[in-house]
Design a protein around this ligand. Structure first.
Ligand code: SF4
Ligand code: ZN
Ligand code: ZN
Length: 309
């Protein structure tokens, strides 16, 4: 029997190639929880009395994050946790995800607030896809912008001090490369594990999973017996992100640890250009009043385009 290289007692079930460790189930799940705790303290993500809104979609990463933060929150009696879920309106997909998110929230006794694209913007994502079929934009381009706003609406409704999203290390590295591929490399300075602005109009956002690999997130859910939605979004295949994901997975397979190396490189670039973020002027959108770097925010631009179609 191959023993776990951490506790040296139990049988190993997982070989973590990037570190050379062999881990038993318990040491593996403790290592993921430990990683999240370290990330939270390294980036000073929470205060002891925060009301934290976890963005829970029903997918593995967000459900795992909910379970882990629920555990951590027990050590901070003044902090409270709630879940915010966005119903984008994707027929045959979102209903199941929302049901699974609700079941997990109920099992943990966490309050859940759900908002929908339809009630906030007047359109479901399916309707948007239908209307913009000719434009050549991927559904994700609309979905991402609108979901960020919808999460803000839900967090405000929840009275949250912070929004915690379950972006994994894979998501982060993919986003960095996508920014490059879209010709917008400086967007890197506006992303990152912690976005806390002095501007009170922004609900601060944190990413406690930003150092967890996606494949280890799947494994964590299986080890813990956590239920999540396994079917992918029907629009996911349309996105360039999908190709970037496969490319990075192939690289990681051949060169274990390369995703972490890339992540650290991007972090150093972000730190070097942090001064630029401070110089960006944020003002209220001329239409909706929400904070934006331009005259009119992206959400209002999307909605006015849709209203014309
Ligand atoms: S894959 Fe794209 S369209 Fe589907 S939920 Fe994610 S961002 Fe939205
Ligand atoms: Zn062990
Ligand atoms: Zn606006």
């Amino acid at each position: 029997m191959l023993r776990c290289s951490v506790c040296r007692r139990r049988a190993a079930f997982y070989a973590r190639r990037y570190s050379g460790e062999r881990l038993c189930r318990r040491c593996f799940s403790e290592s993921i929880e430990g990683k999240v705790r370290t990330t939270i303290s390294r980036y000073g993500m929470f205060r002891f009395d925060d009301r934290i809104a976890v963005a829970v979609s029903g997918g593995k990463d967000s459900i795992n994050l909910l379970h882990i933060l629920w555990k951590i929150e027990k050590d901070y009696p003044k902090a409270t946790l709630c879940a915010v879920t966005v119903d984008e309106g994707i027929r045959g997909y979102r209903e199941e995800a929302i049901r699974i998110a609700r079941e997990n929230c109920e099992a943990l006794g966490v309050e859940q607030i759900t908002v929908s694209f339809k009630e906030i913007f007047g359109y479901t994502l399916d309707e948007i896809v239908e209307k913009t079929r000719e434009k050549g934009q991927t559904p994700c381009a609309y979905c991402g912008v609108l979901r960020r706003r919808a999460l803000n609406v839900a967090a405000e409704e929840a009275g949250a001090d912070k929004i915690a999203t379950a972006h994994t290390l894979d998501d982060e590295v993919q986003t960095f490369l996508l920014n490059m591929l879209h010709g917008d490399p400086m967007r890197i300075i506006r992303s990152g594990p912690r976005f806390i602005s002095d501007d009170k109009r922004f609900t601060p956002r944190v990413k406690p999973f930003c150092e967890v690999l996606e494949r280890e997130s799947v494994l964590y859910a299986y080890v813990k017996g956590i239920k999540f939605q396994e079917n992918p979004c029907p629009y996911a295949g349309w996105a360039l992100r999908n190709d970037v994901r496969s490319f990075l997975n192939r690289l990681e397979e051949r060169h274990p640890g390369i995703k972490y190396t890339l992540y650290r490189s991007f972090e150093r670039i972000r730190e070097a250009y942090a001064w630029q973020a401070e110089e960006t002027t944020i003002r209220p959108c001329r239409v909706c009043g929400e904070p934006t770097a331009g005259e009119v925010c992206q959400v209002c631009r999307i909605i006015s385009e849709l209203d014309l179609v």
